[in-house]
Design a protein around this ligand. Structure first.
Ligand code: AMP
Length: 143
């Protein structure tokens, strides 16, 4: 999947947005859905996904991009309040050669803890759903 191409409405995040695949929701409004990464790189790895269809940052409408990045900041602050990490990495990949694996725009909020190693991007273990739900509730409580 290169940078250019047609948006695939059957990508996994489109299915999550349509409710066809379950997710552990942190926050939702008319324009974005934020949910826990199912293969987290660290405890509290959260995704922020605009509802408008675009493949990556380059083909996203500026207003949609502005909205999702503003919400990413707000949710990152809630992650900080809830989990008290030592740092937070925000990532976003464009095109498979850059590391993108799901071709619907999204931002990663990855809490960092000095005593813990980070799992590789898209190489984390599938998380326990009960544990993810507890973390999501802690983050939501700070929004
Ligand atoms: P990227 O490689 O930047 O496109 O990120 C895609 C992210 O989606 C990875 O961190 C995956 O762990 C995550 N992911 C894949 N499938 C799911 C799913 N069903 N629910 C939640 N996160 C997912």
């Amino acid at each position: 999947m290169s940078l250019d191409g047609i948006y695939d409405p059957d990508n996994i995040f489109a299915k999550i947005l349509r409710g066809e695949i379950p997710n552990v929701t942190v926050y939702e409004d008319d324009h974005i859905l934020s949910f826990m990464d199912a293969f987290p790189q660290s405890r509290g790895h959260t995704l922020v996904v605009p509802k408008a269809a675009s493949r990556n940052l380059l083909d996203t409408k500026p207003d949609d991009l502005a909205y999702v990045i503003r919400k990413t900041q707000i949710i990152a602050k809630a992650v900080k309040q809830a989990l008290q990490p030592d740092g937070i990495t925000i990532t976003q990949f464009n095109g498979a050669p850059a590391g993108q694996t799901v071709f619907h725009l999204h931002f990663h909020i990855i809490p960092r803890y000095v005593s813990e190693n980070l799992a590789g991007h898209s190489q984390g273990q599938m998380a326990d759903m009960t544990e993810l739900s507890k973390i999501a509730a802690e983050i939501s409580a700070n929004l």
